[in-house]
Design a protein around this ligand. Sequence first.
Ligand code: SAM
Length: 297
Amino acid sequence: MTPLSELALGQQFPAGALYIVATPIGNVADITVRALHVLGLVDRVAAEDTRNTSQLLSRYGISKPTIAVHEHNERSAAEHVIAHLRNGERIACVSDAGTPGISDPGAKLVDAVREAGFPIIPLPGASALATALSVAGAWVHTFSFIGFLATKPKQRDTQLQSLLTHTPALVFYEAPHRIVETVQALERAFGGERRLLIARELTKLHESIHCCTLAEGPTWLAGDANRQRGEFVLVVEGAPQQEAADDAHDALLATLLEELSVSSAARLAATLTGASRNALYTRALAMDKARGENERE
Ligand code: SAM
C-alpha cells in the first residue's frame, strides 16, 4: 500500500498556516487520506469540542494538543491560534462533525487569521449539505443553503415568507426536537405540492433518505417514532419559475399603477423586465380593475 504521506503529498504543507479540515458526519471512515496526513502533521488542533476531537483523533492513532474554538469564544480563541501561527506552527481547525464554517465555528477564525496575514488551506471532505444534495436528484439544479431556521415561530415564518418566490431549491438543517414543527411550517408557507427530501442520519447505521411532497412530509415523519430521531437535512423544491416571475411582475405593476395609466405601467414594466408587453398589459388591466372594485366597495 502506498504510504499516506506519498498519497497526500501532491502539495506542500507550509508551516505557519491554518488547515481547515473536514471530519466525518457519522461514519468514522469518511475522512480523507490528506486530512489524516495533515492531522498527523500539525502541531495543534483547534477544535469545537476538544474531548470529542481527541476521541476522534485517537480512532486514527493521532494525539495532539488542542485549543477550544467554539461558538462563544471564537474571536478570543483566534488570538491564541494566531500567536501559535506566529511561532511557525501548523494548526488544524476541525468542528464536531463535517466541514468547519458550515453552520459550525470556523468562519470567524478564518477572518481573523486572514486579517493577520497567514495562509489558510482548506481540506475538503464530509458535509451534511453536500451529502444530502448528492442523493436529491435532478429536480435540484440550483440551491440556496439556509441552514438552521430561526427557532422562534414568528421569525421562522417571516424568514420562510421571504423565501416564497425563491426559485432555487432550499436546504435546511434541523434538529430532532423541531423536525415535525419545521416540516409543518414549510408546508404552511410553500403549500403542499413542492418536493421534499428528508435526509436523516446520513452515513450512520439508521440512515434514511425519503423523497415525497411537502404535504406528505408530516405523515411520513409520524409513520414511525424512529423517523423523528437523529440529525436531519431537508431539501425543498424552489418556487416554480413562472409563479416567481408573476409575483415579481405583479409587485412592480402595483407600484407603477400608483402613478401611471395601465398602458404606461405595462410599457415601463416590459422595458424594465424584458417580459411581454401584452402579457403585462393584461395583468395590469386586471389589477387596475380589481383595485377599482375594491375602492367602490
Ligand atoms: N458543519 C456540519 C456540516 O458540514 O454539515 C454541520 C454542523 S451543524 C451544527 C449540525 C447539523 O448538520 C445537524 O443538526 C443536521 O441538521 C446536519 N447534520 C450533521 N450531520 C448529519 C447527518 N449525519 N445526517 C443528517 N444531517 C446531519
